[in-house]
Design a protein around this ligand. Structure first.
Ligand SMILES: [Zn+2]
Ligand SMILES: [Zn+2]
Length: 212
């Protein structure tokens, strides 16, 4: 990763401090949306970009449906028509099967960005000021926690990240208890208002996160 995108990634991580949920999931979610917004537009307007999507056999289930929410129906009609053209040709040439292999460009992009984000997060961790700010967030989901821990091996940072995770879990548990005890009286909700979805993300990562 060049220093410019490294700088951007650091900035994105800092910006994620302001939001609830896993920091890395938050950065990825934003980058994924931006990438899809650009891609759906380009795939509609530019033949070359659309051909690349067709060559990849379209998108995976999750991203196809996400794309459909962003793109125009006409854009989706043009793309799916071209995918159908390929599939018809495959069947006529008796080489059907290739068309079913999807190499989703969004998954590919998000996977690369996830790798960079985890590395950047790990480098950031050695800064004391970052540690302090990190403690005040919701921390990481358990998928990203594992990925970061694998990079740290047994070290002081390893202990720090595990101790913070324990603290984040305990705080979230208290919020969940408050949320449950308030039941339907949503009027005086405070930070526990979002605790249920923060907890889902903590367990499973963001919506559509690929876990290998
Ligand atoms: Zn995460
Ligand atoms: Zn995908």
């Amino acid at each position: 990763m060049d220093s410019k995108s490294q700088h951007q990634m650091k900035r994105s991580l800092r910006e994620a401090f302001e939001y609830r949920g896993c920091l890395i999931c938050q950065v990825l979610d934003r980058e994924e949306s931006d990438f899809m917004a650009t891609l759906q537009y380009q795939a509609f307007k530019e033949e070359k970009v659309r051909q690349d999507v067709v060559l990849a056999n379209g998108y995976c289930n999750f991203h196809f449906h996400q794309m459909a929410r962003m793109a125009s129906p006409t854009g989706m009609a043009i793309l799916t028509k071209e995918l159908i053209d390929v599939e018809i040709k495959e069947i006529e040439r008796d080489s059907f099967g290739e068309a079913l292999r999807v190499d989703c460009p969004v998954c590919k992009y998000v996977g690369e960005r996830e790798e960079s984000c985890i590395k950047e997060f790990r480098d950031f961790l050695s800064e004391k000021s970052f540690q302090k700010e990190y403690e005040a967030t919701d921390g990481l989901c358990r998928i990203h926690l594992k990925r970061v821990l694998n990079m740290l091996e047994q070290s002081e940072l390893h202990q720090f990240i595990l101790a913070s995770h324990l603290m984040h879990l305990k705080l979230l548990k208290v919020q969940l208890e408050t949320f449950i005890s308030k039941g339907r009286s949503t009027r005086d909700f405070k930070e526990e208002k979002d605790s249920w979805w923060v907890a889902i993300e903590k367990m499973a990562g963001k919506k559509g996160l690929k876990v290998f």
